[in-house]
Design a binder for this molecule. Sequence first.
Ligand SMILES: Nc1ncnc2c1ncn2[C@@H]1O[C@H](COP(=O)(O)OP(=O)(O)OP(=O)(O)O)[C@@H](O)[C@H]1O
Ligand SMILES: Cc1ncc(COP(=O)(O)O)c(N)n1
Length: 271
Amino acid sequence: MTEAPPRVLTIAGSDSGGGAGIQADLRTLFACGVHGCVALTAVTVQNSLGVTGVSEIPADVVAAQIVSVAEDIGVQAAKTGMLASAQIIEAITPALDRVGIGAGKTPLVVDPVSASMHGNPLLADNALDALRGLLFPRATLVTPNLDEVRLITGIAVKDREDQRVAAKALHAMGPEWVLVKGGHMWDDPECLDLLYDGQEFIELPGPRYDTEHTHGSGDTLASSISSALARGASVPEAVRFGKEFIVRSVATAYPLGAGSGPVSPFWRLDG
Ligand SMILES: Nc1ncnc2c1ncn2[C@@H]1O[C@H](COP(=O)(O)OP(=O)(O)OP(=O)(O)O)[C@@H](O)[C@H]1O
Ligand SMILES: Cc1ncc(COP(=O)(O)O)c(N)n1
């Protein structure tokens, strides 16, 4: 009998265009050789141009998916993406505690998705307190982009020095590690992501490709990191793996529809 691969649980929303959300997560997890499980939080009506509708899954159903999967199948890492509302965050917190995800147990990556790349909201404004107060203290790693940094901390990051100040402010909210992503530092010729554990800064430099096709880049990064954590990697090892994974996925992104196409993990399946 073949041994089961590691399992990663993604707690996230669906993107009907298949570029971001759980579709990007499952595609990435598959390419990384781990089994992906899902706790669906919302269905979005979405294509390459943006989001035109959102239907939330009832909060108790989101929580029940987590418990069902973790208690039977077992997971070695989990990640959150679009969480939609304070009610969903409040419902999943006791479920995560019940099955031992986060808070120093099974690694939990919190990607604090607040809006789509087109600017459409994916998290209610009144959910920020729950995100900061309930999820951040349980997180092994939080992975905000610069818009999310501004929403969560009030810090407008313009350069690499600000990125360090923001990392400290985010770390003070309770996560073990913080990754401040540099994709939105538009003036920077590189995409430098900054990892911080309260003591040491680790810089993860990378090229900046001149492309509009970066849909799903945050999900792909967080999922590839989660796959490495599920295999037992340390956080710095997992983030280095994820950075290499996303660089190659942006390099091979493809156009789709009239707007922004998705980053592509397919390169990993070649040869
Ligand atoms: N044009 C680019 N070229 C290379 N790497 C990029 C580019 N844009 C983003 N990245 C990388 O992709 C990852 C996601 O970064 P970003 O800051 O864009 O997060 P995000 O906004 O959450 O992503 P998205 O919302 O597009 O899913 C980071 O590792 C970042 O450095
Ligand atoms: C369901 C869902 N989850 C996450 C994103 C963020 O991805 P992006 O910033 O690339 O639009 C999204 N657009 N849709």
